[in-house]
Design a protein around this ligand. Structure first.
Ligand code: AMP
Length: 493
């Protein structure tokens, strides 16, 4: 019995619920160089994940899969690798994960053989009930190969009693909750799914006779595909025999895209709801400028995340815009470093003050967001060390007080600076002369939605408001209860 409990404990603890998949997904149908085009698409989506990348292709008979650690350009750049990925259909994935196991097994797309044929799955987002689902599946005898919540989807598809693959997919999607965009490759179709609130993004493109699915439009641009439309919230698109069919099997919900795609995550040239992320970010900057109450000699962006907002800010107030910080582009995002100590080091590695522009100046430093405060803390000091007279920090989004459970890597409440300190305390911590965040109203104005007006589309804005459209079941402790009851059950047997 003891051994049985030990095994159960091990099975549960092997799964790391803290894994956050931010990620980029891509898929293409009916294209001669499907895997090469997928590699290009993934390259354009590299900002969504740098830890690992993978491609699954299908040649009408067989599936092929290649997964690698690191960047797309370093891995899928050679004929030799791409040649292995045969077929006119392919899907791909860029993985971003800050915690949890960094193993090849966790790199997507995942592939499984079901009784209706093979299926490849690439997932961007985070399921809020994956621990509970996983527990049930394990109880029923499923053996998990990875520690990723995406495998839960694959297992649910495989376990479905429906005969057609698309019905199996619908079956699975009905059971999962959270923010997700999925691109799948079955033996007869390329499938795209967006969660009922449209939290995670997914767009449709067309390239001659091929359909393309991608996290962002920049992945369409790179291969010359035309933007068709966004996959709608709660929509499943099925590309079969060169035709696109749409299924909406879920109860209709009002679309609530993730505000962080607008603020930070999407590439500036990607289109979100009709405008580029760059335009929204400039608007965020000019709204921030409207709420500003101090004068300065220059506006300095935190590159690259604060560039557009700082430009909007400077243009609105007609203050000189200067590149007071220079970024080394050959270092990964500071966020991908696993520990706080290394993360601090990361900021130093990445940025340096440009003395000539900042010496003796009153500076307004603009960044898109403040999470743990690591970046601002280091940069403010850097600017003072380089001779700045005053450094005022302005953040082009409201205070992040609540963690995310839908696939954006924000830390726990304990680590979120604004969840634990007031404005004055944060200002003191980062060492600035003054600090201001954009108001929630200003943020809504910038993105073009009327602030919290029910008749307008809303955003998934829980970072600032604590308003979670999907209940974070696992995080609310249900999983702990589940774990306990499982162990109790085990010992009772
Ligand atoms: P911090 O240094 O912890 O305050 O984080 C703020 C910096 O990280 C800003 O420069 C942001 O552009 C960037 N950032 C914000 N959110 C994320 C995220 N989810 N993943 C990676 N970087 C982020």
């Amino acid at each position: 019995m003891k051994k049985h409990i030990k095994t159960l404990k091990k099975r549960l603890t092997n799964f790391d619920p803290k894994i956050k998949e931010e990620c980029g997904v891509f898929g293409i149908s009916n294209a001669k160089d499907a895997s090469a085009l997928t590699a290009l698409g993934l390259h354009a989506l590299q900002h969504r994940g740098q830890e690992g990348c993978g491609i699954v292709s299908f040649n009408g008979k067989e599936y092929f899969s290649e997964k690698r650690f690191g960047l797309v350009g370093d891995n899928f750049n050679r004929e030799k690798v791409l040649k292995k990925l045969q077929g006119d259909f392919a899907i791909g994935h860029n993985r971003y994960s800050t915690t949890g196991e960094n193993t090849l097994r966790n790199i997507q797309p995942f592939f499984a053989d079901t009784n209706a044929g093979g299926i490849g799955v690439a997932h961007n987002g985070n399921l809020t009930n994956s621990i509970s689902l996983r527990k049930k599946l394990v109880d029923d005898g499923a053996i998990f190969y990875t520690t990723s919540d995406t495998e839960t989807i694959v297992q649910l598809i495989a376990k479905s009693k429906r005969s057609k693959t698309i019905d199996k997919i619908v079956d699975a999607i009905f059971q999962i909750q959270g923010g997700y965009a999925l691109v799948m490759l079955t033996q007869t179709s390329l499938v795209g799914v967006r969660d009922p609130y449209g939290i995670r993004p997914l767009v449709i493109g067309k390239l001659k006779d091929s359909y393309v699915l991608a996290s962002e439009t920049c992945a369409l641009d790179i291969i010359g595909a035309k933007f068709v439309r966004e996959v709608e919230n709660g929509e499943i698109v099925l590309i079969e025999k060169n035709e696109l069919k749409s299924i909406k099997p879920f109860p209709l919900k009002k679309v609530r895209p993730c505000v962080f795609e607008y603020i930070y995550f999407a590439r500036p040239d990607s289109m979100l709801n009709g405008k580029t992320a760059y335009e929204y970010r400039k608007n965020l900057g000019s709204e921030l400028a409207k709420e500003n109450d101090i004068n300065a000699d220059i506006v300095v962006p935190v590159p690259d995340s604060g560039n557009a907002a700082a430009l909007g800010f400077a243009q609105h107030l007609k203050i000189k815009f200067e590149l007071g910080l220079v970024r080394n582009h050959y270092v990964g995002r500071t966020f991908i470093e696993p520990s706080q100590k290394i993360r601090s080091l990361g900021v130093k590695l990445k940025l340096n003050a440009n003395q000539s522009t900042i010496k003796g100046k009153k500076i307004i430093l603009v960044d898109d967001s403040l999470v743990r405060g690591t970046t601002s803390h280091k940069i403010v000091k850097m600017l003072y060390d380089a001779g700045a007279e005053e450094v005022h920090v302005r953040i082009a989004c409201p205070e992040i007080k609540f963690p995310d459970f839908y696939g954006v890597d924000t830390p726990t409440k304990k680590e979120l600076l604004a969840a634990n300190k007031n404005n004055q305390e944060i200002c003191q911590y980062i060492g600035a002369k003054s600090l201001k965040f954009l108001s929630i109203n200003g943020m809504y104005r910038a993105i073009g939605f009327d602030q919290r007006n029910e008749s307008y589309p809303q955003l998934t804005d829980h970072y600032f408001t604590g308003d979670y459209p999907v209940k974070p079941i696992d995080e609310l402790g249900d999983s702990k209860i589940t774990q306990l009851s499982l162990l109790n059950t085990a010992s009772n047997n």
